[in-house]
Design a protein around this ligand. Sequence first.
Ligand code: B4P
Length: 193
Amino acid sequence: MFNLILFGPPGSGKGTQSERLIAKYGLKHLSTGDLLRNEIAGQTPLGMAVKNLMAEGKLVPDEIVIEMIDIALENNPHVNGFLFDGFPRTTAQAEALDKLLAQKGTEIAVVLALQVSQEELIKRLLNRGRTSDRSDDVNEDIIAARITEYEKKTAAVADHYKKFGKVKYVKGEGDIDEIFGLLCKEIDAKKVA
Ligand code: B4P
């Protein structure tokens, strides 16, 4: 199994690049953002519980996302590997993921960390807010709250995986195809190693 984490601040291109990577490498895409938005769209009790937090740009509680990932791993026993997008977002989530994968006799092969300036992140998210129905992209205050959550709680996830030498930084600004090429280069290097 080849499991990777696509890491980066909100708007760094995780969702965009994930779509291409899963098509090329045949990985199962697990985006906690998508899973949570599906719960909201389906008006499930879980969706109702997280709706306001997400709209305010705050992270949802660790127990909720860890449980969602646990179920998703159980439901996909025969895949080539997983691409985790937007998860883990806290050190507690990273430790839980490592444990769940170890129970299945596998681990994270690489963490690809997209690097994008704050100015560009805000520009991209406001732009998406104009064309999508994502309530967390509509104004600069909510976007700033998401970036603050990232700095306070999520940036530490890279430090967690750095301890195991698993983090590779990739320039996340510029042409989407070019960034995809850089990500593929890192994955291919890991696959032959
Ligand atoms: P996510 O759904 O993960 O959303 P995101 O961080 O905003 O990034 P996303 O992947 O959507 O955007 P992308 O960078 O691809 O999270 C949303 C919320 O869910 C969180 O705030 C939180 O509340 C909750 N949540 C999710 N997971 C959680 C967890 N594990 N724990 C707790 N809470 C959790 O793209 C952004 C825009 O940039 C797009 O419009 C795209 O077209 C554009 N773009 C991409 N690449 C570009 C490029 N190279 N050049 C120009 N534009 C580009």
